[in-house]
Design a protein around this ligand. Structure first.
Ligand code: E4P
Length: 214
């Protein structure tokens, strides 16, 4: 399973990259707005830190506008993946971009039917939002299971990129279902390392070692 970090914060990206576990980065307009500054400059910095797919979202909502933005974004670096919203015009743009050899990440997916459409359009990644479904009392992980099953049934090559991850459990359950990628906020990435028995066990080992080395 590939791990992407879901942030536009350079310090978080640098720290996660140092751990050696990072395969890519996803950003969205809200995450970029939180950091401020110029979007293109930010992307130029991110591609220098992580050698893997970097999702950058278009903000146009019409077909021509999305294509124009996408073609500019991919000029930044070969690792840029164009993030496109799951709307009719968006999927039309995905089809054209795929024909041009441009990688896409279809975002804001909340149903299996939407995921099926994105795969048929040729999306490189589909981003189902698990946490936001949980927020409205739907089981977000059920959606991951449905999409993985449907893609396997028909041999679609679109990769399932679990988004809106809120907890280590989201990640583990998605991994059990065979999702290809998870995009994980920094705070959740940190939690993945933690277990109280690891900490207390290490403390005991080190204290015992001190007894024989003193
Ligand atoms: C996906 O690529 C999105 O950026 C992200 O996962 C959304 O997460 P949120 O629901 O926590 O905003």
């Amino acid at each position: 399973m590939k791990f992407f970090i879901d942030t536009a914060n350079i310090e978080e990206i640098k720290k996660a990259a140092e751990w050696g576990l990072l395969d890519g980065v996803t950003t969205n307009p809200s995450l970029v707005a939180r950091e401020g500054g110029d979007f293109i400059e930010l992307l130029k910095e991110i591609v220098q830190i992580v050698d893997g797919p970097i999702s950058a979202e278009v903000v146009a909502t019409d077909y021509e506008g999305m294509l124009k933005e996408a073609r500019e974004l991919v000029k930044i670096h070969e690792n840029i993946v164009v993030k496109v919203p799951l709307i009719k015009e968006g999927l039309r743009a995905v089809k054209t971009l795929t024909e041009e050899g441009i990688k896409t990440n279809v975002t804001l997916c909340f149903t299996a039917a939407q995921a099926l459409l994105a795969a048929k359009a040729g999306a490189t990644y589909i981003s189902p939002f698990v946490g936001r479904l949980d927020d409205i009392s739907h089981d977000g992980l059920d959606l991951i299971e449905q999409i993985v099953t449907i893609y396997e049934n028909y041999g679609f090559t679109t990769q399932v990129l679990v988004a809106s991850v809120r907890s280590p459990l989201h990640l583990i359950e998605s991994a059990m279902m065979g999702a290809d990628v998870a995009t994980i906020p920094f705070s959740v990435l940190e939690k993945l390392f933690k277990h109280p028995l690891t900490d207390s066990g290490l403390e005991t080992f080190l204290n015992d070692w001190k007894k024989i080395s003193e």
